[in-house]
Design a protein around this ligand. Structure first.
Ligand SMILES: [Zn+2]
Length: 220
């Protein structure tokens, strides 16, 4: 981060340091819940600071604050992951792990001040390998009729905005319209690790790939 850190960013850094204490399965669940509450409350302060930054047209600061929002999301998700694992809910914990991973990558994209988080992402990848069993990922290929830019609403490619880049505190993404499913495939490196095989048929029901428990077949 740059040398002249604003008081707001100093406060943010202190909150992060405090929350990081609880990023372990061994920490007390009640204290972890408290840490989540503090972060969620601070998320609102970031939104207010962001509104001011946008009003002042301070794009660099708005993007820095976007990164702060991503870091907050990542910390909350990681804390929830540990809590859910202790509650015997590994499928839900997996969702939080993936949220934490994606938000960490987003923070690095939001502003150069978060480049150091690449290392934190390696920690999350290690958790994926060491805590969870191997997953089978699915990817769906879609045919897109129309692609709209999320920043200006123009047909994507006609404007100068680039997907995954930050603009005044917002990421550019493509709004896909008129979607139709082309194919579904098993892949090794999916775009979204939440798309995975969760159950498979066995005698007497379905086996949960995460817990290995046989569950009754639902009618849905
Ligand atoms: Zn655009």
């Amino acid at each position: 981060m740059n040398n002249d850190i604003s008081p707001f960013i100093s406060t943010f850094n202190a909150k992060v340091k405090e929350a990081e204490i609880f990023l372990s399965i061994a920490r007390d669940s009640t204290l972890q819940l408290g840490a989540i509450e503090i972060l969620e409350a601070f998320r609102e302060s970031i939104a207010a600071e962001m509104a001011t930054a946008i009003e002042n047209k301070s794009e660099d600061y708005a993007n820095l604050l976007l990164g702060c929002t991503c870091v907050t999301t990542a910390l909350v998700a990681e804390l929830r992951m540990w809590l859910l694992l202790k509650e015997n809910k590994p499928d839900a914990a997996w969702e939080e792990l993936v949220t934490a991973q994606m938000a960490t990558v987003d923070a690095v994209r939001a502003h150069s001040g978060f480049e150091h988080l690449a290392e934190h992402n390696r920690k999350l990848e290690a958790i994926e390998r060491l805590v969870f069993p191997p997953q089978v990922f699915i990817s769906s290929g879609m045919i897109v009729g129309k692609q709209e830019c999320s920043i200006c609403g123009a047909e994507y490619g006609d404007c100068d905005h680039l997907v995954r880049k930050p603009y005044m505190g917002q990421f550019c993404y493509i709004i896909a319209k008129d979607l139709s499913l082309d194919h579904v495939a098993i892949v090794e490196h999916p775009a979204d690790k939440r798309c995975r095989v969760q159950h498979f048929d066995v005698e007497g029901g379905v086996r949960n790939r995460m817990t290995w428990k046989v569950e009754p077949k639902s009618d849905a």
